[in-house]
Design a protein around this ligand. Structure first.
Ligand code: FAD
Ligand code: DHB
Length: 391
């Protein structure tokens, strides 16, 4: 088997990249270890920057998103007896974010892909080789048979646990990691969201967040311990804790309804500064993880693949790697700024076990600064709405 770009993983990064390359007239093959239903069923990111929405439209996949997205002009912060709406649109000269779930993004991109070349589902990649030559190879299994895909370039869009990053020789890897002392317990529920915007709350029991997936479906999170077990939490306990933390001493009540999905996710910050090794390029979660506060994971993947698609297109069509040579530098600038934003928002809203009163007072001072200084609110809003793209 042979193609121009071999793409490992049909998550958002791989699917966006494939669609961008297709529009540029470049062939690709996507190898995905799971099946289509599993990938389409994964409940993950929910909030897209304006730029990610515009990207979907630019690459010809904008029809559903335009009809179904829920545009958010701001966000509400609750802490220390304060409830304040941050008007992101006004502070950024008109930029907004939209709720459009990862499941919908992935569905739209898979539908687009299926119209010309299906994803190779159930094809786990076991290893990659020769990527430091001009004849890289991807080794995978299809129906129990070992196969090889020869390509001009490899896109490692296989998430944090995939084989691409691990294939880079240890001596060439530059990585940085921080693991947080708390996790998120998230639920998806058939319940009308009480607020039409996202709410972040800092409460003495920990962080809480109300978001949504549609006017009928709520997405809700509470901070929990890293060693917590979802079995420790009945649905009623979760609703009570959400009301308590989001209510901040008032008689605030969420609309309750059947819980259709629940799970616990750890929080991690991770950067692989090595995003290129020869003809292998990492993009999305294989190169970086942000904690979910700030909703940047999927957005950062889109920003990476925009640069990668431009670089691969130029390399394959014109024989010039000048954009690919700048790939790491362009991406890392945004990645580190986004890491700072996500880390800062996370540590300002969560209560770590054993946190001193001094640290807690600093958190409150940070949040009071945002709601009392237009300059500080603008800085938050610019990051939340998303930075402009270079490519
Ligand atoms: P992934 O979505 O991880 O896709 C990688 C793909 O590669 C997967 O389909 C995987 O099956 C495939 N793969 C892996 N190994 C192989 C192999 N050997 N062979 C073939 N295929 C392989 N972000 C937000 O912005 N907001 C949120 O609320 C949010 N919540 C999240 C909750 C959870 C539980 C998780 C895990 C992430 C969350 N994220 C959130 C992050 C966001 O979902 C990711 O940043 C985004 O999915 C990154 O896309 P990706 O394509 O880089 O990686
Ligand atoms: C979601 C929304 C957020 O604002 C966030 O920071 C994380 C996740 C969501 O809707 O899933």
């Amino acid at each position: 088997m042979k193609t121009q770009v071999g793409i490992i993983g049909a998550g958002p990064a791989g699917l966006f990249l494939a669609q961008m390359l297709h529009r540029a007239g470049i062939d690709s093959v996507i190898l995905e270890s799971k099946d289509q239903n599993y990938v389409m069923g994964r409940v993950r990111a929910g909030v897209l920057e304006q730029g990610a929405i515009d990207t979907l439209k630019e690459i010809g996949v904008g029809e559903n998103v335009e009809a179904e997205r829920m545009e958010h002009e701001g966000i509400t912060f609750k802490f220390d007896g304060v409830e304040r709406y941050i008007d992101v649109k006004a502070l950024t000269g008109g930029r907004t974010v939209s709720v459009y779930g990862q499941q919908s993004v992935v569905r739209d991109l898979i539908d687009a892909r299926n119209s010309y070349n299906e994803v190779k589902w159930h094809c786990p990649v076991s290893s990659i080789s020769d990527f430091e030559t001009d004849k890289p190879k991807i080794h995978f299994t299809e129906n129990g048979e070992e196969k090889t895909l020869a390509c001009d370039y490899i896109a490692g869009t296989d998430g944090f646990w995939g084989p691409s990053r691990q294939a880079i020789p240890a001596a060439k890897q530059r990585t940085h990691e921080f693991v947080y002392p708390y996790s998120w317990l998230g639920i998806l529920a058939e319940a009308k969201p009480v607020s039409h915007v996202v709410i972040y709350a800092n409460h003495e029991n920990g962080f809480a967040l109300q978001s949504m997936r549609s006017p009928e479906i709520s997405r809700l999170y509470i901070q929990c311990d890293n060693d917590d077990d979802i079995k420790n939490w009945s649905d009623e306990m979760i609703w009570d804790e959400l009301d308590l933390r989001l209510g901040q001493g008032t008689d605030f009540k969420l609309n309750r309804g059947p819980v259709i999905q629940k799970g616990i996710s750890p929080l991690r910050s991770f950067v692989s500064e090595t995003m290129r090794c020869g003809r292998l390029f990492l993009a999305g979660d294989s190169a970086h993880i942000v904690p979910p506060t700030g909703a940047k994971g999927l957005n950062l993947a889109v920003a990476d693949v925009r640069v990668l698609a431009a670089g691969l297109t130029k390399a394959i069509k014109d024989g010039s790697e000048d954009i690919l040579d700048q790939y790491e530098a362009i991406c890392l600038d945004r990645i580190w700024k986004t890491q700072r934003f996500s880390w800062w928002l996370t540590t300002s809203f969560h209560r770590a076990k054993g946190m001193s009163t001094f640290e807690h007072k600093l958190q409150l001072a940070t949040l009071h600064t945002i709601v009392s200084s237009e300059a500080a609110a603008t800085s938050f809003a610019e990051s939340y709405a998303g930075m402009p793209y270079i490519y």
